[in-house]
Design a protein around this ligand. Structure first.
Ligand SMILES: Cc1ncc(C[n+]2csc(CCOP(=O)(O)OP(=O)(O)O)c2C)c(N)n1
Length: 614
């Protein structure tokens, strides 16, 4: 670790010889693999940008120049080289470094990311602010080929092209999103890579390098070649971006540090809008990740035995196969997450009815509405946090027109190590305000199966299912024979206090009720099943005959189920929900504990209420 240990910031990287920078790249890879093996995290994407990060830090003057990483999951090498190496083993742990760039973590993180396709827009904002204030610094956005499938990236490019400002987009093309990248832009980029002009350029550069032994000399020659190439071969194939008004440069081999540094050095001196197409390999330098970039995109820190238990995702996956088998109209949509959402099995069994639309949640939703009105039964599986992207599509295209679409929202609740950009905590509050929408929250696997089946059967209006990350709780109260909208289920009788527990919080509430029984407090537990329409009348009736009520939900307090109930329930009531602030990263169980969303939290709250009474 000799070189990495000597790096306290970008200046130290600049001072290294090219030979040492190449060695540094290997050290960074070893360090990332070592740490991520124990903490979990985004491995393959970070390994793919090691040389790119070193080259960018060597050429640009950070943090004076502004560098924005799209999504930000590939920023581990950047964190290691920008003064955070000593805390790197705390990444994604409670109180430790975030797995994404954060403005409050480092002056080098000028813009926080986590959701895809935002970097060009943010960078353009910096560039325009700089121009207006008469300041002088360079602005860069590093964007993956997957992120380029997101509409916002194209909106940003469209705006950049006629801006007349100085800014560079580095397109990090590894031909992968989480799974293999899809769509016309991906095909287009691939065509560039197989274009003979590009191959001629590469061959010429590599021939030249073969003849020159010294790395310093190689770099000089490469830079010179790029300089002349800017006027000729190097820019030849990039017509799409040129049409956007953004000058295309590339493709540049992304693991050839001298060459890459040379190109970026040259581009850094130019004025105007540029897109540098850098070709990298996801997982580079770590054979398991190179051969399975999807599997190693995000690595889990969980022991393998725990991964075998049934999860909400696996239940959804299995039930979708059954639905598709019995009904040829059932289709599945993902926005670039076939594995994460559990739709990979559907994709291989029913490829004609499976649609990966790219990182395009807004499009996914409106596309689903079209499918529905065209006579199909679409189920779009989108994580709660990414559904935030498609709020207007849900209102304007789905609900307003009564489109019979099903939205299956995995990761609804606290997600854990990915932190505040990824917690799915706003959906109930955001969507409860949308007329005609149905929202339900299965408490276990059996309820998920029933509710999904029910949702697919509706002929009018959208239905949203929300369930969190992780194992299905073992709530052994049998499901009701029917799961009609607006109808909940009393899971447990009890005379003193009523607990209304949403989704997986039923497990915590039942556990608390058992514990309190031994202390002489009799607790009833009610699962509303439906967040909208909420079985308000029944809850009012059940609460009226008890001395107090507690509601518990894994969602925001503001506008959540508890607040909605508090406007109709008379008598003493406490709400357990996610406080009105962004939740940090950490373990899911630890985070839930810290905000009382577990059996202990429910138990203590009920006891508090009960003690007040007596
Ligand atoms: C709006 C949004 N949808 C989905 C995701 C989940 N996601 C994280 S990384 C990723 C793939 C990104 O691919 P690319 O930009 O090519 O980066 P790479 O990982 O290949 O370096 C996806 C779909 C996200 N971060 N944001």
């Amino acid at each position: 670790m000799a070189i990495l240990e000597s790096i306290s910031g970008p200046r130290d990287v600049k001072d290294l010889s090219m030979e040492d920078r190449v060695r540094l790249a290997e050290e960074i890879r070893r360090r990332i693999v070592e740490v991520v093996s124990s903490t979990g995290g985004h491995l393959a994407s970070s390994l793919g940008v090691v040389e790119l990060t070193i080259a960018l830090l060597s050429v640009y003057d950070l943090p004076r120049d502004k560098l924005i990483w799209d999504v930000g999951h590939q920023s581990y090498p950047y964190k290691l080289l920008t003064g955070r190496a000593d805390r790197f083993d705390s990444i994604r742990q409670t109180g430790g470094l975030s797995g994404f760039p954060r403005r409050d973590e480092s002056e080098y993180d000028v813009f926080g990311t986590g959701h895809s396709s935002t970097a060009i827009s943010a960078a353009l904002g910096f560039a325009r602010a700089r121009d207006l204030r008469g300041e002088r610094y360079k602005v860069l956005a590093v964007v993956g080929d997957g992120a380029m499938t997101g509409g916002m990236a194209l909106e940003g490019l469209n705006n950049l092209g006629n801006s007349g400002t100085d800014m560079t987009v580095v397109l990090n093309d590894n031909e992968m999103s989480i799974s293999r990248n899809v769509g016309a832009i991906s095909r287009y980029l691939n065509r560039i890579l197989t274009d003979p002009t590009y191959n001629r350029f590469r061959n010429e550069v590599w021939n030249l390098m073969g003849k020159i032994p010294s790395l310093g000399e190689r770099m000089r020659k490469a830079a010179h070649m790029v300089g002349t190439g800017l006027k000729g071969t190097l820019v030849a194939p990039g017509t799409l971006f040129d049409e956007f008004g953004v000058r295309y440069i590339g493709p540049v081999p992304g693991h050839d540090l001298p060459l890459l540094t040379g190109v970026l050095h040259r581009v850094g001196r130019l004025h105007g809008q540029f897109l540098v197409h850098v070709v990298t390999r996801k997982g580079k330098g770590y054979p398991p990740a190179e051969s399975d970039a999807t599997g190693y995109h995000g690595v889990s820190a969980e022991p393998p035995c725990d991964r075998e238990r049934e999860t909400f995702t696996s239940v959804f996956s299995g039930e979708m196969l059954k639905l598709a088998e019995s009904d040829p109209e059932v289709c599945a949509i993902t926005a670039a997450m076939p594995d994460g959402t559990g739709l990979s099995a559907f994709a291989s069994e029913y490829p004609d009815r499976f649609f990966d639309v790219g990182i395009a949640e807004q499009h996914a939703l409106t596309f689903a509405c079209g499918l529905a009105f065209g006579g199909m039964k679409p189920v779009a599986a989108i994580y709660s946090t990414f559904m935030q992207r498609a709020v207007d599509q849900l209102i304007h295209d789905a609900a307003l027109q009564d489109a019979p679409v099903v939205l299956s929202m995995d990761r609804a609740g606290v997600v854990g190590a990915d932190g505040p950009t990824h917690h799915g905590v706003f959906d109930m509050s955001l969507f409860a305000a949308v007329p005609r929408l149905r929202i339900c929250a299965p408490r276990n696997g059996e309820m998920l199966r029933l509710l999904l089946r029910k949702a697919v059967g509706f002929e009018n209006g959208p239905t949203l299912l929300r369930y969190p990350k992780g194992k299905v709780p073992s709530v052994d109260v049998a499901a009701p024979s029917e799961v009609e909208p607006g109808k909940g289920q009393l899971l447990r009788e009890g005379e003193d206090v009523l607990v209304v527990a949403v989704g997986t919080m039923c497990e915590a509430a039942l556990q608390a009720a058992e514990d309190l029984d031994r202390e002489g407090i009799s607790v009833a537990v009610y699962d509303p099943v439906w967040i909208k329409p909420l079985p308000t009348e029944e809850i009012v009736r059940l609460s009226a005959s008890r001395s107090a009520m507690v509601s518990v939900e894994e969602g925001s307090l503001e506008g959540g189920v508890g607040q909605r109930l508090s406007s109709v329930v008379r008598g003493k009531m406490r709400i357990l929900a996610i406080p009105d602030d962004f939740q940090p990263h950490g373990s899911r169980a630890g985070l839930l504990r810290s905000i009382d969303l577990d059996a202990e939290g429910v138990r203590e709250t009920i006891k508090g209420l009960h003690d007040e009474k007596s």
